[in-house]
Design a protein around this ligand. Sequence first.
Ligand code: SGN
Ligand code: CA
Length: 517
Amino acid sequence: MTISQHYSKVSMLILAAAGLTACKSGQEQPMNILYIMSDDHSYQTISAYDDHLIQTPNIDRIANEGARFTNSFVANSISGPSRACMLTGKHSHANGFTDNASEFDGSQQTFPKLLQQAGYETAIIGKWHLTSAPTGFNYSEILIGQGDYYNAPFIRNGEQITSEGYVTDVTTDKAIDWLENKRDKNKPFCLLLHHKAPHRTWMPDLQDLELFSDAEFELPDNFYDDYAGRQAAAAQEMSIDKDMDLVYDLKLADKENTIHSRLETAGRNMNNNMTPEQRAAWDKHYDPIIADFKKANLSGKALAEWKYRQYLRDYLRVIHSVDRNIGRILQYLEENGLLENTMVVYTSDQGFYMGEHGWFDKRFMYEESFRTPLLVRLPGGKKGDIDKMVQNIDYGPTILDLAGVEIPADMHGVSFLPLLRGEDVPEWRTSLYYHYYEYPAEHAVKRHYGIRTDRYKLIHFYNDIDCWELYDLENDPKEMHNMYGKPGTEELTQELKKQLVALQTQYADTNAMQYNN
Ligand code: SGN
Ligand code: CA
């Protein structure tokens, strides 16, 4: 059904309830959608969630004028798979994009395609990371693979173009340009604005290099986790102490070439596409840090803690630029009369470790990476917290629901639009399913799947390992004590396994079921 057919069929009242707004002429207009997704942005570094590390006033504005989801999760905590879940409303096994080495089957059903068919003008700008060319968009301007922080090439509607500048600014410029000059203004729009930042290697904008220089961040209390009772956690390669690379991650490429590291070559090449002026400003900042680092001659815990702090400084500088650019796009919407007929979403493709368990990166079903920030400003919608468990497979159904487009029955996710409208939904889901596949691979996180309820989490690591983990999130929110197999947990374990099988059956993850044993 097209948007106009849809209008003729339903009453004004239903239109209003479907997320449509009245414009000045008195005619009903469908709600626009601005979906902003960053890459690896932890909720720990959004002050609407947690303000102990950084202030993010512009991102917070979305929360303050809208809803903050306090229990928002992904289905598979890694970029490509997360994006595929979001676009299709389906878990990874069903959309076929299980790990970053997959290629997205662009012929399948996605929510942008359905919106486009219903008369929306659709666009994707920024990181895409799904290998095949985008489908279902009137306009696409995407980074190549992970993209670059400086002077990144983009692919605009299939053609490679150059850009000059810092990627978060450039991506925002392109989004504003599309909104202003490139879209059909007679149609409602859905713009997916996908930032590359703050993905590794957390390269800040030159104007932000001096921020946080004097900050001394406190270590998370489980920074020196010994992973007792958690074999998969012990096998990982994402430790700040052991795996974070001095030259590559922490930018210690000294001119004298005396600092050596595993990723040294990549680290020494990482500024290659900077202009000489950008490079000079970069070196002006990092050279004294390198000199001090050499002088200090750190080792052991002092070195691990230096690495942690230097990592946080760069990561937070990158976030500062994301926040500034969210401010720019919100200001554009406001100044152009779009804020009151556009639903604005801010999220990340997954959560990220800021030193908890001693880690950077994501992938695990543990809280920091299973969760993802989700803030939604729906004009006329709920202001305040929504505590129901939602997952990125719900985004497609929610957006279709808002647009008044029928939600296909084969989507696994459900629309959380009623929650955004402040409605009470007593029959909301009580558990979530998760499945991560990328192993063997970088960071060595074993394959695993699991279930999370309000209070408990059961995880099964499989493939070249066969380990179950059970957590009581109320008494052990940091997941330090694996209770699986402990006396007294038999009944709970049995019940959770039963629910896990029910979810695997509901979503038809039949391949996973063979590992349940
Ligand atoms: C790159 C990073 C990894 C990261 C993956 C996945 N290495 O391979 O640290 O886990 O991306 O990230 S890097 O040397 O290229 O920086 S994802 O968010 O795109 O899935
Ligand atoms: Ca990511």
